[in-house]
Design a protein around this ligand. Sequence first.
Ligand SMILES: Nc1ncnc2c1ncn2[C@@H]1O[C@H](COP(=O)(O)OP(=O)(O)O)[C@@H](O)[C@H]1O
Ligand SMILES: [Mg+2]
Length: 509
Amino acid sequence: MIRIGSLDVSIELREVLSDGQPVRLGSRAFDILALLVAADGKLVSRDEIMRHVWPATVVEENNLSVQINAIRRALGAERDRIRTESGRGYRLILGAHSHGQATQGREEGIAISHSLPVARQLLPPCVPILIGRDDALTDLTRLLRDSQCVTLVGPGGIGKTRLAIEVADTMQAEFRDGMFFVPFASVNDDQSALHALALATGTTLSTGATALEQFGRDWTGRQALIVLDNCEHVLDVASATAEILINAGGGMRVLATSREPLRVPDEITYLVSPLALPAEGDENTAGSHSAAVQFFMARARELGEDLPSDKESIHLIGEVCRRLDGVPLALDLAAARASVFGIGWLAANLHDRFRILTGGRRTAPPRHQTFEANLDWSFQLLDKVERKVLRWLGMFVNGFTINTVCLFLARAGFTRLQALDAVSGLVSKSLLTLEQDGPAHRYRLLETTRAYALQRLDDNGERVNMACMHAALFRVLFDRTQDDWSEEPTVERLSEFRREHRNLRVTLD
Ligand SMILES: Nc1ncnc2c1ncn2[C@@H]1O[C@H](COP(=O)(O)OP(=O)(O)O)[C@@H](O)[C@H]1O
Ligand SMILES: [Mg+2]
């Protein structure tokens, strides 16, 4: 065992322990750590690391930073033992180590103040290696240098928190006064949100209406990054905090994650997309896989099961990834099932997705233990009308245009304004995704959200009524379109109609 800070590392057993407890480190990160240990304090060049860890593949340099960050995270308070030498490589400091000394020359060209408390280790420890997201990481670091408040927005389980952690970790050295991670996930009212804020930032918040003003004064003139995580259910406190911090001076930055934007001045909203999916029919067994497939296979591997990589299995994994829309949380839960029952079984049983997508990690928050709980969390944040509309929209298979949905809701007695409000509410809460279709927009429920909506329709005994209403609407639309055609429907006209209403299968008899 080699001692590095508080970690004990066994190169032979490929094991890392912290206070006797195993620390999860991906195999690439471990290879790099072993290389740095073997160099015994000498500089190891970036090229050398790349050649050693990715011998047969050309990978982006960003991958290396991601792995280095993972090792730093595992080192926790001793993260500065891994030194970056500008443009050259990395060095591991094994011997006795004074924290202040190491931070002085840390990342290049960044002055570290010693007069203010510095909090650099407040990221959640031991998150799995980031997969995909190279572009997002580049975009977000750039955005956060230029703007004071960036909010990562997207549906539950899409990877907002994971991405925010990576962005913050990558940028730590740029913040003289440190970086603070405020987890709002487990609070459920404004008071406990304020408490979480005080706890995470080491501030004493006074009680009463001026608590946040005083908090803002404390941060005035500082250079720090505050991550406000999982804001959607405490939007009032989160947005007030963000606004106060933005006003505390140009050195302050807020990185928020939320299913819904904070709507504060100067906020940049960054929509987190699903992991990249394989193209249909891509059964590539050799080269690199799409991010979603990589993620799926990595998750199964972590559970001790290397999934087969023959053509048929890769095809099925790709299909499962597509049916789960590339949403990491869903893929995570599905990979756990595949590791026990096999990918063939999973693909054949995915229609019963809520019963299958359960059994999340014991350490995950309850809303990430099952996919249904994840959607329940979003559903509870909707108002009454939005809930109803979400359920009903479950009837549409391949999305819809705003005009179609207004006509549909009109049949249920909604005014056009009410319909527009409900749709825009569902979009802003990340339950409807927007797709550009030329100048028009189309809206779509992710497949799992649609399955959830249908289940709620069944629970409310509305399915038959809604199916009839949906069919009647399209009958009318079809008749109307036919009236506009001077002659009989032709194949071209039918395909035009089909293009607009993709959820219908209309045939020319
Ligand atoms: N790109 C990624 N690489 C590796 N793991 C990821 C990635 N994106 C998400 N995850 C994992 O998927 C799960 C859900 O992601 P999370 O960031 O918590 O979602 P959200 O914050 O959007 O609800 C977590 O276990 C997270 O660590
Ligand atoms: Mg989150």
